[in-house]
Design a protein around this ligand. Structure first.
Ligand code: ADP
Length: 539
């Protein structure tokens, strides 16, 4: 018999109602770019979101329309999330670090109606306005215009209702190949994803939590922090500028217990800590994801007594797919064993299912050795890209191909070995570029490293390693090579190691390997030819 329980559509506005009612006084704090600190709380966010919903309706925004943001992290951005979604719209967070061409493509493809933006991005707005064909209203978040807009409303507003499968948020993947693709999140998927995240074995969020998400609100739905934070009654701290000095100060001033960001963020925090001797004192839990966290980074954070949740996910998975949490036998494990485990990408929460398949699509055993393509399915995993006429991007059993190469261990722990397109294929065998990079970053004096496959006459591809030295370090190739020899198989050792001043990154802070491959594709080929010529000349 059906009907024993109530109809209760899982819609995002219920989150802000809950936060207002149950955690209304819990604060949201913003360190603005001009150096001032702004404070509000969940009740204030709810009030302002209702006013914004009214204002958006007056602008002519209709149910289902996209409302875009081009902004860093701050509480006005959170108001925009709840205001746009609350009036039935779809919040579309645009990554300001994308190239102009992509910014134009994305906003036009999304058919954005309104754009809220940070003053710092005024030059982008001025430049691209003539090319954005659908945006009718522009409102700056931090020059007084946003507050003025809210001041014009009384906040007497009821959220738009509807089915839980309606869309609420749109995020584009950064599109290192081809045009960016839109992933459309739904109310229901966003709520159950947030529910999974707040659990102790995931982000571990509670009313006692003070969280400073460094991950930008335009990166993969801000790892759901605006939703999960409201659900758990978290105190949220935001910095409009990602500067390690400011972040570290905020962490100590506001007694931040939780933080989340991509690995490069922690690298710059370490540099600040080393230079000043100042470290965050209250941090208990850090979530690292977006790309593989190097072992040296994990070890250092764990030595500081911080629990590291190494997470894997992608825009297509809302984004959390897996995260590392202490297993049952954690207390019996040695420090080394613990670090080994945290270096892997963790396990799925309820809701996500994973499998690894070979090139013929045959599922592989979870034996910690069989490597293959990682596939994923679940209620917060993509079915179809936004406005993609090719239709669904999953197979008949709902499996989505992630493009990652992975191994599953018997305990269910995921180990990402590489992105399919970054794997170095040497003589038919695979070399993990990620493992090479992580080994290199463990070498004292190395700030960052990128391993790419370059053309080779005999082996098809061989690894080339590009290294950025730490400031003041003067290490040479021999030191890096000796260090690597202790950490990877001999045939994995790079054919050449080059020192560079900096490495290119994608808009979400990942190494831009397509550009590197283009630049260095024939580098080893040229050296081999030169050697052969020299050898010929000697004879
Ligand atoms: P984009 O591809 O647009 O930069 P995503 O954030 O969606 O944005 O990227 C998802 C990809 O990032 C994954 O498919 C995977 O290759 C990589 N990734 C994410 N987290 C990890 C991790 N913890 N370890 C290794 N790779 C990761």
């Amino acid at each position: 018999m059906f009907g024993g329980m109530q109809d209760f559509e899982l819609r995002v506005p219920r989150l802000i109602d809950h936060a207002e009612r149950e955690h209304g006084g819990r604060e949201l704090v913003t360190a603005w770019a001009d150096g001032t600190i702004g404070r509000t709380n969940w009740a204030g966010i709810a009030r302002d979101a209702r006013k914004l919903a009214q204002a958006l309706e007056k602008m002519g925004v209709k149910k289902g329309d996209r409302v875009a943001t081009l902004a860093m992290n701050h509480h006005h951005h959170v108001v925009a999330f709840y205001g746009a979604i609350g009036m039935g719209g779809v919040i579309h967070t645009i990554n300001p670090r994308l190239f102009d061409e992509q910014l134009v493509y994305i906003a036009n493809h999304a058919e954005d109606q309104v754009l809220f933006y940070d003053k710092a991005f005024q030059p982008i707005v001025d430049r691209l306005k003539p090319h954005w064909t659908t945006i009718r209203h522009y409102v700056c978040f931090d020059d007084g215009a946003f507050e003025a807009l809210l001041d014009g409303e009384d906040g007497d507003y009821r959220w738009v209702e509807g089915p839980e499968r309606e869309p609420c948020m749109l995020c584009y993947t950064s599109g290192t190949t081809g045009n960016p693709k839109g992933v459309l999140y739904e109310h229901r998927s966003s709520i159950i994803h947030a529910m999974a995240l707040i659990a102790p074995s995931c982000f571990d969020l509670a009313p006692t939590t003070v969280a400073l998400p460094i991950v930008p609100m335009f990166h993969a739905a801000a790892w759901a922090m605006p939703f999960a934070g409201a659900m758990a009654g978290v105190k949220l701290i935001y910095a409009q500028v990602n500067d390690p000095v400011l972040l570290c100060r905020l962490m100590n001033d506001e007694k931040v217990t939780h933080s989340a960001g991509v690995p490069t963020v922690w690298l710059s925090m370490f540099q600040h800590m080393d230079a000043t001797g100042i470290a965050p004192k209250y941090l208990k839990t850090i979530t690292i994801g977006g790309s593989a966290a190097p072992r040296a980074m994990i070890e250092r954070l764990m030595k500081m007594g911080i629990r590291v949740g190494h997470a894997w996910g992608m825009t297509e998975t809302s984004p959390i797919g897996t995260i590392g949490a202490p297993p049952a036998r954690w207390d019996e494990m040695s420090f080394e064993e613990k670090v080994d485990l945290v270096c892997k990408q963790g396990r799925v929460p309820f809701g996500v299912e994973l499998r690894v398949v070979d090139d013929e699509g045959r599922p592989q055993p979870r034996d910690g050795a069989s490597s293959g393509q990682l596939q994923v399915r679940g209620p917060w995993v993509i079915r179809q890209y936004f406005k993609d006429e090719r239709g669904d991007c999953i197979d008949d059993d709902c499996w989505f191909d992630t493009g990652d190469v992975a191994v599953l261990h018997p305990c269910g722990t995921l180990q990402i070995t590489d992105r399919a397109k970054d794997v170095i294929k040497s003589g038919g065998e695979w070399i993990s570029s990620v493992e090479l990079e992580n080994a290199a970053v463990g070498c004292p004096g190395v700030a960052e490293a990128a391993a790419i496959g370059v053309r080779h006459p005999k082996w098809d591809e061989r690894p080339l390693l590009l290294v950025v030295r730490k400031e003041g370090a003067s290490l040479g190739e021999a030191v890096v090579r000796a260090h690597l020899a202790n950490h990877v198989a001999k045939w994995w050792l790079p054919d050449e190691i080059l020192f560079v001043d900096s490495l290119p990154h994608t808009a979400t802070g990942k190494l831009l390997k397509t550009a590197l491959r283009e630049q260095y594709r024939d580098h080893v080929l040229a050296s081999v030819a030169a050697e052969a010529q020299a050898a010929g000349a000697q004879v």
